[in-house]
Design a protein around this ligand. Structure first.
Ligand SMILES: [Fe+2]
Ligand SMILES: [Fe+2]
Length: 359
């Protein structure tokens, strides 16, 4: 019997010691004056019990905590109810710690309300993690916005570079044409016809657009031909014609060194736009599909526009004569499949001619 009592007393002491060590506990009177603190309370607040007993509980109050929280806390416990909530406290050394507090009124043996006691749970680490998460989230949000801004800038810059590139290429093409007394609109129309024909023969939009930009450069090599030959009013001699024909290889040599796809296509067009489907063209006498599709398309676009335009030195052909010539040259000068597509859609090409007319 006595043994039982002893062992119960030991158990109780053990429990109380453990409570004292591990539970952040305090008891106050009705005004909030501290009457008792556990060792765990002292440990976390870094005060010793003597420094706390008799002081108001707000000794550990952190200035960050708004008054409204304490007003609500006091309203609840004064009404005899339990208050549960997270509170940031300040320790003696100025560091802060977070607790999840359960505060409730307590009563004497006669049931008289004499004070409050509070049990707390240390949630400082959890709060630190939450704060870190918030910081990471806000950094992420900032980065997302910044990345988005940079992407928009890069896209705009790329667009500008591309537009500038187009402008330069177009101007280069126009220079070649102007030197041989063509108008600026000739290159515009050739560009549009080429793109349309490319689309009608199933070339995807990316390359149709590429062709539109590259085809105006077909005669860029004329920059290298002497004026006396380029603009000779009378018929060229055999030798002069030979020199004139070199505008294809000159153009190719000017453009072929670039690793840009657009300029590579332009180089091929400059090189092959006078090749003929039956192999009778120049400079290499390529045949059929040996000639790049881009050059075969540009050849039709260029001849169609040249014949349909009036120049100081020549009158424009009538449309029916132009289409008749294409019919006759099908499979000879021009790719027969492309000619069929072109002739079947002739009205669309005439519309482009009207849209970009010289007058
Ligand atoms: Fe040419
Ligand atoms: Fe041309």
């Amino acid at each position: 019997m006595q043994d039982d009592f002893l062992s119960s007393a030991i158990d109780l002491k053990y429990i109380l010691d453990s409570f004292n060590k591990n539970v952040i506990f305090s008891a106050t009177d009705l005004s909030g004056k501290i009457l008792y603190v556990s060792d765990a309370f002292c440990e976390i607040s870094k005060y010793n019990a003597d420094e706390l007993i008799g002081k108001n509980h707000n000794i550990v109050r952190h200035p960050d905590v708004p008054d409204t929280l304490f007003e609500e806390l006091w309203r609840t416990i004064k009404a005899g109810k339990r208050w549960v909530g997270e509170i940031k406290n300040r320790a003696k050394d100025g560091s802060d710690y977070w607790v999840l507090a359960h505060i409730e009124p307590y009563f004497d043996a006669k049931g008289k309300h004499i004070g409050y006691h509070a049990l707390r749970h240390n949630i400082t680490n959890q709060k630190k993690i939450e704060k870190l998460k918030e910081e990471i989230e806000s950094i992420n949000e900032y980065l997302e916005v910044e990345v988005e801004k940079r992407v928009v800038e890069v896209v705009a810059l790329n667009k500008e570079i591309r537009e500038t590139q187009k402008e330069i290429i177009f101007t280069m093409g126009a220079i070649g044409e102007i030197r041989s007394k063509e108008t600026g609109n000739h290159v515009k129309r050739v560009a549009e016809y080429s793109k349309l024909l490319a689309k009608y023969c199933g070339i995807d939009n990316y390359y149709a657009e590429m062709l539109k930009e590259a085809s105006p450069m077909h005669d860029i090599g004329k920059i290298g031909i002497a004026d006396s030959i380029l603009n000779k009013p009378s018929k060229l001699t055999f030798e002069e014609k030979e020199i004139m024909n070199t505008h294809t290889t000159l153009g190719y040599d000017m453009l072929r060194h670039s690793d840009k796809e657009l300029l590579q296509i332009a180089a091929t067009i400059a090189y092959e736009h006078h090749e003929k489907y039956d192999g009778s063209g120049y400079p290499r006498g390529l045949q059929g599909e040996e000639i790049s599709i881009y050059a075969r398309i540009t050849a039709i676009a260029d001849v169609f526009d040249a014949l349909g335009s009036s120049r100081v030195y020549k009158k424009a052909w009538r449309d029916e004569d132009i289409f008749k010539m294409f019919e006759e040259e099908k499979g000879k000068h021009f790719d027969p499949t492309l000619i069929d597509i072109f002739l079947n859609n002739r009205d669309d090409f005439l519309k482009i001619r009207d849209r970009f007319s010289d007058c």
